[in-house]
Design a protein around this ligand. Structure first.
Ligand SMILES: Nc1ncnc2c1ncn2[C@@H]1O[C@H](COP(=O)(O)OP(=O)(O)OP(=O)(O)O)[C@@H](O)[C@H]1O
Length: 367
């Protein structure tokens, strides 16, 4: 297994008029499980196809370890691929399909048998091994395709493009954890394309979030949740997404309308005066019963009872604010409540990029 390094890699499908993938430099570390997450059209498949060799990038170079592979075809890159839809020899048994990549590489017979049975057991295919693949439903066929992608231990990387799309939703949960188990067992470098945040967050060591052909943030799932570096990450990850409230920074003090909500601590020191947006996840918005400090006044517009929690919806000068609260709480639509943000969990954004943190206001700065 080797690191995969992209040096200034970008792609344009229209002769350079626009970038489907903006030039990027990035290393995908050996034995790590990555999820490439983003909405439809953001460039996920383009990036994956460049790594696999199905697509030659318009600019840049690709290295597998020290070896430059930019112009090498897929077959020369020693990778395994799993696509959205099953790619199988339908006339072969499940066993032979799983064994195919190993026999092709001349693995010893006993090793072929051991690996096929291990992967089959992990994917719940043990009792299907002697069935013809064409007799399986589409979901099971896709699981066999997944098995074929994971069966070899000596690949440079396994690249998966939305592999669970045709699989039954109930089975997806099981497969995601199986995939994690297989990853732990084999230590493959995995790059897993998905537009589904749950899929990405439950499976990956590191999630790479792509928007309009560029990476806006990459990190461990908890980091993306707790510390979004871009407004898009705040919206795209989390349910519901992060609240965004327009504010004004003056002399280091942050105000929403006439209310002082805290101090601005800039990423690079003091934050210059001017407009900013406060981003805070509903999980970090509190509505104290008897607030010690005044808080941000907002009118409750509705309460969604979600079973395990309630979502309190409110309005701040025409902007929505949502708080995720315990089921025991009770708020009446139309009432005025005072909202607080958990310390260090509310961030300031300018041009969609995080520029600071909202810190608690000192006593002297409160109105
Ligand atoms: N063969 C092609 N020719 C021209 N434009 C293309 C081609 N393939 C993709 N594109 C464009 O490049 C951009 C990125 O597409 P890509 O398929 O990589 O995105 P994606 O994130 O994988 O989307 P999806 O989840 O819908 O597959 C899109 O604007 C798409 O329309």
């Amino acid at each position: 297994m080797v690191d995969i390094h992209l040096e200034g890699v970008g792609h344009s499908y229209d002769g350079g008029r626009s970038w489907a993938l903006r030039p990027m430099t990035r290393t995908w570390r050996s034995a790590r499980a990555y999820a490439l997450l983003g909405p439809s059209g953001c460039g996920k498949t383009t990036l994956l196809n460049i790594m696999s060799g199905l697509l030659r990038p318009t600019v840049g170079r690709i290295y597998f370890g020290d070896r430059e592979v930019t112009t090498m075809p897929t077959a020369a890159r020693n990778i395994a691929q799993v696509f959205q839809f099953p790619v199988l020899y339908e006339g072969m048994s499940v066993y032979d399909n799983l064994a195919f990549p190993l026999r092709n590489r001349r693995y010893p017979k006993a090793e072929v048998d051991r690996r096929v049975r291990t992967v089959a057991r992990l994917l719940g295919l043990d009792d299907q091994l002697h069935r013809r693949s064409r007799r399986l439903d589409a979901g099971r066929q896709q699981i066999v395709s997944l098995g074929r992608g994971l069966v070899r231990s000596d690949v440079a990387a396994v690249l998966l493009d939305e592999p669970l799309t045709v699989v039954d939703p109930a089975l997806k949960w099981t497969l995601r954890s199986k995939l994690k188990e297989i990853h732990r067992d084999t230590g493959h470098t995995l790059v897993y394309v998905t537009h589904d945040q749950t899929e990405a967050l439950t499976f990956a060591d590191e999630v790479v979030v792509l928007k309009d052909g560029a990476v806006v943030q990459s990190g461990e799932p908890t980091e993306l949740f707790l510390s979004p570096a871009h407004e898009f990450v705040g919206h795209f990850i989390g349910s519901p997404g992060m609240n965004m409230i327009p504010a004004e920074v003056t002399g280091g003090v942050v105000r929403v309308g006439d209310t002082t909500v805290g101090r601005a601590v800039g990423v690079d020191g003091d934050l210059p005066a001017g407009p900013a947006r406060i981003g805070v996840r509903p999980e970090f918005v509190r509505i104290p019963a008897a607030p010690a400090a005044p808080g941000l006044p907002a009118r409750v517009t509705g309460v969604d009872r979600m079973g395990a929690y309630h979502l309190v919806r409110a309005d701040v000068d025409g902007h929505p604010l949502v708080a995720k609260v315990d089921t025991g709480s009770w708020y009446a639509p139309g009432s005025l409540e005072y909202f607080h943000f958990a310390p260090d969990r509310a961030f300031l954004f300018r041009d969609a990029v995080r520029c600071g943190v909202l810190a608690a206001a000192g006593e002297a700065e409160r109105p």
